[in-house]
Design a protein around this ligand. Structure first.
Ligand code: FAD
Length: 263
């Protein structure tokens, strides 16, 4: 999906797939593409036309499966992220890359609906991962607060630490319930766009607050690579950005509240 000039606004993408007989010829660049260096194929979204929308004329998208080794398709090394260091991202270029109509996933011009279906699932996964990682790092902080002694007492006995523990577990449980509720709706085939956005938003922001508190509870050791806390803190940062930023989740939530009222 993502391009240097088109992140949150995916419909502004420049990668274009032009019809040529029964084939499509693709030109454009993608970046931040996770694991493309080890993938045998990529799932590519490209513009294939335009349509009239509430926001004026916007591009229609089509989804393609493009095999590695297809002439014109090249995978380049990407950037080095501080979050998830073991998780490589790549730059993809498509230069007169020809694929047959057989490589279209779903319908021509139906890519946006497909993208949204997948983003629902991956946003829920992000929320669940945030809850799991927050519980892990919370357990580490709890153990540390019970055992680390200063001024002759475990630091957990100081109100400044104990209240942090109380706030953290409350937020973790709240994020867990939001996530389970959204998953419950999905399992039953019920509308879940807003609950999923709420779960992704709250869980990813909760993880940021929790990992920051945990660094504080660990003190200086929280920033040392030897203690693993700094990794949780760094890894938490990306969760508010990928699969739709926190701001985009807020747009989805606000839109779902206002649209039924004509707003
Ligand atoms: C490690 C990593 C791996 C990734 N892997 C993939 C991948 O495999 N495939 C893929 O397609 N993408 C991938 N991405 C891209 C990711 O989905 C995008 O970074 C994300 O969608 C945001 O786009 P952007 O970075 O271009 O930021 P932008 O869209 O430029 O946003 C910049 C800022 O502006 C804000 N903003 C933008 N529009 C609005 C608005 N309307 N209202 C309010 N605020 C707004 C954003 O919330 C953000 O704070 C990955 C990113 C990272 C960091």
């Amino acid at each position: 999906m993502t391009e240097p000039e088109a992140g949150s606004d995916v419909r502004s993408m420049r990668t274009f797939a032009r019809r040529d007989g029964s084939d499509f010829v693709i030109d454009g660049t993608k970046h931040f593409i996770s694991h493309a260096d080890i993938a045998d194929f990529v799932i590519l979204f490209a513009a294939t036309g335009e349509e009239e929308t509430r926001r004026g004329r916007r591009k229609t998208l089509t989804c393609f499966l493009v095999d590695k080794g297809t002439p014109g398709f090249t995978v380049h090394a990407g950037y080095r992220s501080v979050s998830h260091r073991g998780y490589r991202n790549c730059i993809l270029t498509f230069d007169d890359c020809r694929v047959s109509a057989f490589h279209v996933l779903g319908k021509v011009d139906g890519g946006l609906e497909l993208m949204n279906q997948w983003l629902f699932a991956t946003r829920l996964t992000v929320a669940a991962m945030c809850v799991g990682r927050a519980r892990r790092v919370f357990d580490l902080a709890l153990d540390w607060a019970a055992k680390r002694r200063q001024f002759g007492e475990p630091i957990g006995r100081f109100q400044g630490t104990g209240f942090k523990l109380a706030d953290m577990i409350t937020e973790i449980d709240a994020a867990d319930w939001l996530t389970l509720h959204a998953a419950w709706l999905v399992d039953r085939g019920l509308p879940a766009e807003r609950p999923i956005a709420q779960a992704k938003l709250f869980a990813s922001e909760m993880l940021a607050r929790v990992t920051d508190h945990v660094v504080q509870i660990y003190g200086g050791m929280g920033l040392m690579e030897e203690a693993s806390i700094e990794r949780h803190w760094r890894d938490a940062r990306v969760e508010r950005i990928w699969e739709g930023t926190s701001e985009i989740q807020r747009h989805i939530i606000a839109r779902s509240l206002l649209r039924p009222l004509g707003g």
